[in-house]
Design a binder for this molecule. Structure first.
Ligand SMILES: [Zn+2]
Length: 459
């Protein structure tokens, strides 16, 4: 493992300079080369590297671990305390890979044709390296701060928040508590090589699966049984599939569609405007259009229930005595969870069908305001670096911001620019392969740096 070389004092390279970018790339590649795929995670490999870099600079840190192989690392750059801290999160784990599907090694960090290839390039070692470069520069340049800048390199984002964000929020909140936090969960969309929109994650839906179970008489498959568990569960799944929970708009989505309507093709813009119309005769058809044409946008404005698992039966000539279906339910943050199952039971309308939550709440829904200092700064920096409008966005998936938001901080999801075409080619987060444009990595590092400086630097 190569030790990071510290720039001599007083000669620190500023963001945007070739030396700064070369160092960014070096740390980025080193982090990508540490296989932290989860499961099992082994985030300690990334943490060991971060410790080496920080030790070489004389920057102190703390390590908190529920599982010794899966530690979280916290760096606090002290400010004068005039304002409450800002927290920057980056997760050290990545999703698993199928090496056969990779042109370049998944843990190689290969640079080729203007891209860096590797698992974690856009999820989430980009955020992590940006936060690392930020604290290194604060230290080297001796920047005076009005608020502490905290870096949290967190474990377990990919499916194990109990060792990462949830563990930190529940057990070590004092180490990371902040007024604002920045994390993955947003990003800039490019298509045809041009920036189209910049999404700032301000709220997200809450995942909470539901299962339905029917037990009934078993019997011989040669004799029809109208009360069979299989038939009852199938009928229930069909009814749920046809159910459309009501349209729900909030500050984020209302603002999102209003702004998107100013940027979209006229026919599509008309649908967005119709969606915002309170008259059901106007927004109803727009909802239907969206469900077919832009299901992601439909999900942003509704609680969604998608059947994902049906289990029953073991041989063709036996009518099984039990059948079960599981729904991936993504609750809108305004959904009433106390009455939701009751509504669902009414939709299914069959007393034989038991309806229950498949797990407790683990990523509580929450939202952050659009009227904060941080949001205003994010909007201004989006304009400066990407020359586009910031769109507050509701994530249909969940991020670790949910655990932090639940404790009070206002959290905003950010990310580098990626090409929509690249997603279609299978290079996005969690895809068969993953890559980032080198130039967009550097632009994102400058963007994040400017955001934090605007929020924290003593003026
Ligand atoms: Zn991620």
């Amino acid at each position: 493992m190569a030790l990071a070389t510290a720039a001599p004092r007083g000669q620190q390279a500023d963001p945007g300079t070739p030396a700064f970018e070369a160092e960014t790339l070096k740390h980025f590649q080193a982090l990508l080369q540490r296989d932290t795929s989860s499961p099992p995670g082994n985030e300690i490999r990334a943490v060991e590297y971060l410790k080496e870099v920080l030790d070489a600079e004389g920057i102190p840190y703390q390590v908190f671990a529920k599982d010794p192989q899966r530690p979280n690392l916290v760096v606090r750059m002290k400010g004068n305390g005039k304002k409450k801290p800002v927290l920057i999160m980056g997760h050290t784990d990545v999703v698993t890979v199928d090496p056969k599907k990779w042109t370049f090694p998944p843990f190689g960090g290969t640079v080729d044709g203007g891209y860096v290839y590797g698992r974690g390039t856009v999820d989430d070692k980009d955020n992590l390296v940006a936060a690392l470069m930020l604290v290194l520069h604060i230290k080297r340049a001796g920047i005076a701060l009005d608020r502490d800048v905290i870096l949290l390199a967190e474990a377990g984002e990919e499916g194990a928040p109990d060792v990462g964000a949830q563990f930190m929020a529940d057990n070590h909140l004092d180490a990371i508590d902040a007024e604002f936090c920045l994390a993955e969960g947003g990003g800039v969309v490019r298509s045809g090589g041009k920036v189209r929109q910049a999404n700032i994650g301000t709220t997200e839906k809450e995942p909470r699966p539901v299962e339905i179970i029917v037990t009934g008489p078993a019997g011989h498959g040669s004799v029809p049984n109208q009360n069979s568990a299989v038939l009852a569960v199938s009928a229930a799944v069909t009814k749920v599939g046809q159910w459309k929970p009501p349209l729900r708009l909030n500050e984020t989505t209302a603002s999102y569609f209003k702004r998107l309507a100013t940027m979209a093709e006229p026919a599509v813009a008309q649908q967005y405007r119709a969606l915002l119309n309170p008259d059901p005769k106007v927004h109803g058809p727009a909802e239907d259009w969206m469900l077919v044409n832009e299901p992601g946008h439909w999900s942003m404005t509704h609680t969604s229930l998608v059947p994902t698992i049906i289990t029953t039966g073991f041989r063709y000539n036996v009518i099984p005595s039990e059948a079960k279906a599981t729904f991936d339910v993504r609750l809108h943050p305004d959904e009433n969870q106390d009455t939701f199952l009751e509504q669902l039971r009414k939709v299914i309308n069959d007393p034989k069908v038991e309806v229950r939550w498949a797990r407790d709440r683990y990523r509580p829904a929450g939202g952050s305001k659009l009227t904060t200092e941080a949001y205003t700064v994010l909007e201004a920096m989006v304009k400066k670096h990407y020359d586009t409008v910031a769109l507050p966005t509701m994530g249909t998936g969940a991020t670790d911001m949910s655990n932090i938001r639940a404790k009070g901080p206002q959290c905003y999801g950010i990310g580098p620019a990626t090409d929509t075409e690249d997603g279609q080619k299978g290079f996005s987060a969690h895809s068969d392969q993953e890559r980032i444009l080198v130039d967009e990595l550097h632009r994102f590092v400058r963007f994040q740096y400017d955001v934090v400086m605007e929020l924290a630097r003593t003026k």
